[in-house]
Design a protein around this ligand. Structure first.
Ligand code: ADP
Ligand code: MG
Length: 364
């Protein structure tokens, strides 16, 4: 266990059960550095909100400890943790003006009136709503309300801000704009942010590191590019970005390389990631943009597949194929303006590098 003050937050062997039987958070160990933007990403029900609520103090861990800036906080009530919070349903006070909403956390802290006015104005400017102090929440759009909620979470200069799906209610364009705004506010303030989302592109856009949750367990904790380039298991490979699966069996292993036999008997050269023995079943993970159609150069792996469907998407062409029984196998071709003569029904050669092909745990 690390109690060092370089960490904003440490989860130490934290478990949570609501009913005394099922653990919805299982043995969570996580260190969040000061100033970090850490995102908890995972499907619905994977334990993200429960984890955040334990950090906020609204839920009590069943086992283990949470440490905030070096201090165990299991017995500290939420309002004494000094944490800013933003949720999906803004939760602004409807009967108060925007300025009064922002002043509220400062009044609770008994700050002098003039300092409150200054901080409220500064917070409004930070979220680009300097003229909106006298409006009521109902007189604002959804996006503006959510900016006020962000401002309110930051107005008392907390060291740590928690955000749980804060952009979930906004339309796509506004959501993407707010992602950048929150990211830039984080960069400017240096505050530690723990952010929860089920949206992988949101997580990739904003985070320093991402903890991928499934079934109450962190499946992998790393940077966006490392999650995509080096998934440690099949769940992460499928959850982050697009992914092709090919099922097979380990035939040989040599250091970090392995040979995998597919159902049609062909042998694929792959990187050995989450397999341990010859004879084991494995699922190969292969990204759609790393597969070449009709490769001209020599490649580690050459196979073939039948084109099922071609979809023109402007910047790229999506080719859905049947490769060794998988008819959801997708290849993306960047559109550089060259003509191609591919047609549905055609059988074509495909090639890929062993380093782009990860041997992971078998998917049923
Ligand atoms: P997420 O935020 O990743 O969607 P949650 O932490 O909300 O996941 O939920 C994790 C699991 O705990 C789910 O199975 C959910 O049904 C259950 N759960 C969440 N909150 C409660 C609660 N207050 N009482 C009982 N079960 C709950
Ligand atoms: Mg949730």
């Amino acid at each position: 266990m690390i109690l060092g003050t370089e960490n904003a937050v440490v989860f130490d062997q934290v478990q949570k059960s609501y009913d005394g039987e099922i653990l919805v958070v299982k043995d969570l160990n996580l260190e969040i550095a000061k100033g970090e933007f850490l995102t908890m990403l995972g499907p619905s029900g994977s334990g993200k909100t429960t984890t955040l609520m334990m950090l906020a103090g609204f839920e009590v861990p069943t086992n283990g400890q949470i440490i905030l800036e070096g201090e165990p906080i299991n017995n500290v009530p939420p309002h004494k943790r000094g944490i800013g919070m933003v949720f999906q349903n803004y939760a602004l006070f409807p009967h108060m003006t925007v300025a009064e909403n922002l002043a509220f956390p400062l009044k609770v802290r008994k700050m002098p009136r003039e300092e409150i006015a200054q901080k409220v104005q500064r917070a409004l400017e930070m979220v680009e709503l300097p003229q909106f102090g006298n409006r009521r929440p109902a007189q604002l759009s959804g996006g503006q309300q959510q900016r006020v909620a962000v401002a309110r979470a930051l107005v008392f200069d907390p060291h740590l801000v928690l955000m749980d799906e804060p952009l979930g209610a906004l339309d796509k364009q506004l959501r993407e704009q707010m992602q950048y705004e929150i990211k830039h506010i984080h960069e400017n303030l240096g505050v530690t942010v723990v952010y929860v989302t089920h949206d992988q592109s949101e997580a990739l856009t904003m985070s320093d590191r991402i903890a991928v949750f499934n079934d109450g367990v962190i499946q992998q904790l790393s940077t966006a590019d490392s999650l995509y380039e080096h998934p440690q298991n099949s769940f992460v490979a499928q959850f982050i970005g697009e992914n092709n699966n090919l099922n097979g069996q380990i035939k040989a292993m040599n250091g970090s390389a392995c040979d995998v036999q597919l159902a049609d008997g062909s042998i694929v050269k792959a990187e050995k990631v989450n397999v341990s023995a010859v004879g084991e079943a494995t699922t190969l993970s292969l990204r759609p943009e790393r597969v070449e159609l009709e490769p001209e150069n020599e490649m580690d792996n050459i196979g073939s597949g039948k084109i099922e469907e071609l979809i023109y998407l402007g910047d790229h062409i999506r080719v859905r194929m049947n490769v060794v029984g998988n008819n959801e196998f997708v290849v993306k071709i960047h559109n550089r303006g060259e003509r191609h003569n591919l047609t549905a029904g055609q059988t074509v050669k495909i090639g890929w590098a062993a380093s782009d092909c990860k041997a992971l745990d078998a998917v049923a």
